[in-house]
Design a protein around this ligand. Structure first.
Ligand code: GLU
Length: 321
């Protein structure tokens, strides 16, 4: 976070007018999101839109660039190059607790702000690939996601649980989320994975540019992951949401969460949280994956790291805590 206090250049002016010339110090904040065709990008853009509307009151200027996703966002917050970001609930937990899955080491200063929509782990396969189950991915060309994305990390967690390595695929590509639907359509890969809120344009693209369908992700190892970890839950992608998948698709998933660091000041987080929840209906209208959000779930579900004090202040003010 950078704070700029404009320099008063009015030498020679009377003290009173000098004060009136001084603008309020501006605070610039950056929110880490994901690929441009995903939902995280809309989360970040929506939060910034609401924050920037209140600039006259709080002088906070918000930007939300596209990034590599969850793990990249948490790392950027840890390094101080971003102030806030969207991250899957499993990666929030792995980073805060210092689990071996989070390779850059324990991030004790990670703070939870709120959670957002649910994100089922989503597998889409070309109809001509013969893939019907997750096990059928073996020997196929699979886009396992770019390093830094949440789906890449969670795919590796699943692969570990199954005892698989990258060599179990004939090709394990590392395309970003915004590139993979086109790769599926162009027959460069047989299947793609994405941990993402529904409905979204990316899976819609994947299922309309070619004949493709959603693949269930279930079995004893998945049950084991869900039973052992509170940040995982069973999830269903409703039948009829995407072309080629008329029946419900069973899988498991996480929550998208909004996180920051203890080093970001209380007032800034308070203003960001206030911008979202004072304008909650407007926020919910900004993406169809936000339609079922509720304040109650958002301040409790999927949060492993402690709440940031600025968020806690707002929730207490509203009587929610
Ligand atoms: N869950 C994905 C990630 O952590 C991003 C999903 C999205 O872009 O909406 O990288």
């Amino acid at each position: 976070m950078r704070v700029f206090a404009p320099i008063a250049f009015a030498t020679g002016l009377a003290a009173a007018s000098l004060i009136s010339l001084q603008a309020k110090a501006e605070t610039f904040i950056t929110i880490g999101t994901g690929g441009q065709t995903g939902v995280y990008y809309v989360v970040g853009q929506s939060i910034c839109k609401l924050v920037n509307r209140g600039q006259a009151d709080h002088s906070i200027k918000c930007t939300a660039p596209s990034t590599g996703g969850s793990v990249a966002n948490i790392n950027a917050i840890k390094e101080g190059s971003m102030d806030m970001g969207v991250a899957q609930s499993d990666w929030q937990a792995y980073a805060y607790t210092g689990a071996p899955e989070f390779e850059s080491g324990k991030f004790e200063d990670l703070r939870a702000v709120f959670s957002v929509h649910g994100e089922p782990f989503t597998v889409v396969a070309r109809a001509d690939s013969g893939i019907e189950t997750f096990d059928d991915l073996k020997g196929k060309r699979v886009n396992i996601g770019n390093p830094g994305s949440g789906q890449r990390g969670t795919m590796e967690v699943i692969m570990n649980a199954l005892g698989w390595s990258k060599d179990d695929f004939s090709l394990a590509s590392e395309l970003k989320s915004a590139e993979q639907s086109a790769a599926l359509g162009d027959n460069k890969v047989d299947a793609i994975v994405f941990t993402v809120g529904h409905p979204n344009g990316s899976i819609q693209e994947a299922t309309t540019t070619t004949e493709a369908k959603l693949i269930p992700v279930e079995g004893a190892e998945i049950d084991g992951l869900v039973d052992a970890n509170s940040y995982y839950a069973k999830a269903t992608i409703p039948g009829g949401m995407y072309k080629g998948s008329d029946a419900d698709t069973n899988t498991f998933g996480v929550k998208a969460t909004f996180v920051s660091s203890a080093s970001v000041d209380e007032e800034t987080i308070y203003q960001v949280v206030k911008a979202v929840f004072d304008n909650f209906d407007r926020f919910k209208g900004l993406h169809p994956a936000f339609a079922n959000l509720s304040e109650e779930d958002m301040i409790a579900d999927g949060l492993t790291a402690p709440l940031h004090p600025g968020a806690e202040r707002y929730y207490k003010e509203r009587g929610w805590l």
